[in-house]
Design a protein around this ligand. Structure first.
Ligand code: XMP
Length: 515
């Protein structure tokens, strides 16, 4: 943060966040701005260097993504990737053949020796994901072609005087280190960035920033859910303001087995953070009784959460701030791939209109971090791995994992089945590689037989998915032996359940949660 950022100008590319994460992995701080934000937004950040992203389009399209030519007057190192490279060459007077057809292919790329961009590579050929769209036919005088493929003569270029560089391929989409070597050559050899963006430096700066924002006296509230983001945010704020932080943990009766106890033990007993545990389960289950509609259930849970939280928050005198675990992907203005001119801003409002109603100012210490960075900061703060690598758990909790009306008996069965599944997933070493794994209780009873006796009990579904961000997910191909063990244990150990199914739907079209 103290060093000027590398600024990625997003021209509408699905790899932009991946690119940002690759740069952060090299311990260099970077930010993303949508091209629609304009020159002022770029200048305001005083970047150390610019990267123009790819885009699935042609320079010829109406409203084609572009940046003001004045960015070249900033006289800072600038790298174009894919469409961004063509755009740079075009702005500087190159000749471009337009193409409306956009293709991406993994291809061998021949590279010229002596190119600054390839200074961290050896050999004459690399593999890369090449974007075939608009083609650079002729470069401006001062630029030098530094790579080619069997289909394009100019697959990369550089002008070391102007500090302008371009690659027609995507170094951020790369598993074998070549792409990393190219990005690092740009960051370190060309842009002169330093690898100072580390969890430790982040913690120090964040603590100072929180103290500066909150001042010497005001009290701070935090809605603790037990999840990674709110937990790491609370721990960070606690380091900054100590006992002036009060965490409110609302038990809505829809938590997993042992969850409330774990949160209390960890945050109150172990971290010594002021923690108010509100057991509001009666209130939630009472209002949810008989409600089957998924949206109604979500609305009731959301409304009650705010009511209960506000009631408790009002008891904390002098509270002027509210901690929220907003992370960077929540606030990045994304450029619509369909060329929507307007950026879409997603914002977490998991405490509803509360900050306005109670006149609380938000403290969002994680707002510049990606999820993997939040985890690294959590470890840096001494939080246990079990907490830091917890899978996401939805706000409405087991409420969205019990289709149909919510009943205590069903929740109890669900909790036991879920705990067995998670225990076995952890024992088999799959927990951290799955995006989520959990049980769902079905609103049907089925017939079974134990010895001579007929049973008529609930069925449980198991759900395990892989994925990066919850936007898409694939059902996990768990080993049959593991599924068999979990099924046997659930049917034998959980009273009231005589059947186990495995959910083999991916997202889309199914969602991860059942409701
Ligand atoms: P779906 O079910 O929409 O879920 O595929 C995508 C991801 O979001 C989580 N999820 C929620 N998280 N409040 C949350 O904080 C919610 O209301 C909520 N609904 C779904 C879900 O667990 C998955 O990771």
């Amino acid at each position: 943060m103290s060093e000027a950022p590398i600024l990625i100008v997003d021209l509408g590319n699905p790899y932009t966040q991946l690119l940002a994460r690759r740069i952060r992995e090299a311990n260099v701080y970077c930010e993303i701005v949508p091209y629609t934000a304009g020159l002022e937004a770029i200048e305001a950040r005083e970047p150390k260097a610019l990267i123009l992203s790819g885009s699935a389009g042609s320079l010829d399209e109406e409203d084609a993504p572009a940046v003001a030519p004045a960015i070249l007057e900033l006289a800072i190192p600038t790298l174009g990737i894919g469409y961004g490279a063509t755009l740079l060459a075009n702005m500087l007077g190159g000749t471009i053949t337009r193409s409306m057809k956009f293709e991406l292919h993994q291809k061998p790329i021949s590279i010229r020796s002596g190119a600054r961009l390839f200074s961290r590579l050896s050999g004459e050929s690399i593999e890369g994901l090449v974007a075939y769209a608009d083609r650079i036919d002729r470069l401006p005088e001062t630029m030098r072609a530094i790579a080619s493929t069997d289909r394009v003569e100019i697959a990369a270029f550089e002008d070391t005087d102007l500090q302008v560089y371009g690659v027609a391929f995507h170094p951020e989409v790369d598993a074998d280190g070549v792409g990393r070597a190219i990005l690092e050559a740009f960051l370190f050899e060309i842009a002169g960035a330093s690898p100072t963006w580390t969890p430790g430096s982040f913690v120090d700066e964040a603590v100072d920033a929180i103290r500066a924002q909150v001042g010497e006296e005001a009290k701070v509230l935090c809605a603790l859910s037990g999840g990674v983001d709110s937990g790491v945010a609370a721990k960070l704020v606690h380091r900054a303001v100590g006992d002036r932080l009060t965490c409110i943990f609302v038990d809505n009766g829809l938590l997993r087995k042992g969850e409330a106890e774990k949160v209390i033990e960890q945050f109150r007993d172990h971290f010594h953070i002021n923690l108010v545990h509100v057991d509001a389960s009666e209130e939630f289950l009472h209002e949810l009784a008989g409600v089957a509609d998924p949206e109604m259930k979500r609305k009731i849970i959301g409304r009650l959460f705010i009511e209960v939280f506000e009631r408790e928050a009002r008891r904390v005198e002098g509270a002027r701030f509210l901690v929220q675990g907003t992370v960077y992907p929540d606030i990045i203005e994304s450029v619509s791939l369909r060329r929507g001119k307007k950026g879409v801003i997603k914002s977490h409002h998991n405490v509803g209109g509360l900050p306005e109603r109670m006149n609380l100012e938000l403290v969002e210490p994680l707002r510049l971090l990606f999820k993997d960075e939040v985890r690294a900061v959590g470890l840096e703060l001494g939080m246990p791995r079990e907490l830091v690598f917890r899978q996401p758990f939805p706000g409405p909790g087991l409420g969205v994992r019990s289709p149909g009306p919510i009943e205590r008996e069903k929740l109890d069965i669900l909790r036991e089945a879920d705990a067995i599944f998670i225990e076995e997933i952890k024992a088999a070493g799959f927990y951290e590689e799955l995006w989520q794994s959990f049980a769902v209780i079905l609103p049907v009873k089925t017939v079974g037989a134990v010895g001579e006796e007929r049973t008529y009990e609930y069925a449980v579904a198991l759900r395990a998915v892989t994925g990066r961000d919850g936007m898409t997910a694939d059902w996990a191909r768990l080993p049959y032996d593991l599924l068999a063990k979990v099924s046997n244990r659930i049917i034998n150990e959980v009273k009231g359940c005589n059947r186990v199914c495995y959910d083999i739907s991916s997202k889309p079209p199914a969602t991860i949660e059942w409701e």
